[in-house]
Design a protein. Sequence first.
Length: 129
Amino acid sequence: MSGRTTRVLVIDDNPDIRATLKWLLESEGFAVALASNGTEGLELQRSHPASIVVTDIFMPEKDGIETILELRRAYPEAKIVVVSGGSSRGADFLNVARELGATQTLKKPVDPNALIALLHELARPPEAR
C-alpha cells in the first residue's frame, strides 16, 4: 500500500463476519467501516466514501445485487468485492455480481490470505498493478 490508509467498507448481515473482517483488515493497515445491510452501507458510503467495498449478497433490507447497482451508479471508481455463501444459488449470484460490475467475487468461506492479497492489490494505484 502507499503511504495513505485505504478505506474499506464491509457490508454483511452476519455480525461475526463483520467483526472478523474488521479485525483482519485493520491488522493489515486498512481503515474499516461496517454495515449490516446495503441500505446502511450506502449511507456510510455517502458520508465517508471507501475506495473498496466488500459486500455479501444475501442480506435483509437491501441485498448485495441492489447495492452493487447503486454503488456502480454513484461511485463508479469504487472497487467492489462480492462474497457469497457456498450454496449453488450463491455461485449463480456471484456470476450476476460480476456482470453488474463487481471488481472481484469470492466464495464463502473466504480464505483470509486471498482476501488480504486481493485488497492490497486493489489498494495499489492502477499504474502500480
